[in-house]
Ligand binder design. Structure first.
Ligand code: G3P
Length: 199
């Protein structure tokens, strides 16, 4: 009976491990919260530290999203408990208790969490992200448009998770408010250019 509550707590604590800050520190790079977009996420690590560090952060953040939800699935927890676990790991990533509540924007962690809830929906989410990215070159625009459409995917394929997933998506869009303003002003930098550079 305690398992769901325990997993929610574990999810929040796991989400709170800010891989961007840790990886940058280990690699002797600048603190991602201090430079670039000031965001502790893979996109900003790509900006300041290159591809391999960013890939490491991306994989770590996806995995930490998947793990607690997948454990919940293996315990056959109810859809609402799984939804709260997914929300908790994203909240941990965005507001990490170990890093003065200054975390990332939650895109990779949410993808990881959703991958444990529905393969179809995570496939649709990745497809949408890639499509927007290939067309626009903006990581943030891809994330925002994906977050706007994923609630419809989940409602269609796994309606029992609609509420928590929609909540996560709202949080994601809200966390991109600076990016949205930069996109609007034409001041957002394109990730394409960073990816094409060799380092
Ligand atoms: O996933 C985060 C990305 O969408 C935006 O990151 O560093 O450009 O704010 P950033």
């Amino acid at each position: 009976i305690l398992i769901p509550y325990l997993l929610i707590l574990i999810a929040y604590l796991l989400g709170s491990i800010s891989s961007a800050v840790i990886f940058c520190k280990l690699a002797g790079l600048a603190d991602p919260r201090e430079v670039g977009s000031h965001n502790a996420g893979a996109t900003n690590v790509l900006r300041i530290g290159g591809k391999s560090a960013a890939l490491g952060v991306l994989l770590f953040d996806i995995l930490k999203g998947t793990l607690p939800v997948a454990i919940g699935v293996s315990f056959n927890l109810s859809p609402s408990a799984l939804g709260v676990i997914a929300l908790a790991v994203c909240l941990g990533h965005i507001f990490p208790i170990f890093f003065q509540f200054k975390g990332g924007k939650g895109v990779a962690t949410a993808l990881g969490a959703i991958s444990a809830l529905s393969f179809v929906v995570v496939g649709g989410a990745i497809g949408t992200w890639l499509l927007v990215f290939l067309i626009s070159g903006y990581s943030s625009l891809s994330a925002v448009l994906t977050a706007l459409i994923v609630p419809f995917y989940i409602w269609w394929f796994e309606p029992q998770f609609t509420f928590p997933v929609a909540l996560v998506c709202c949080l994601l869009v809200y966390r991109h408010h600076d990016n949205i303003q930069r996109l609007w002003r034409g001041q957002e930098d394109k990730m394409w250019d960073k990816l094409k550079k060799k380092n």
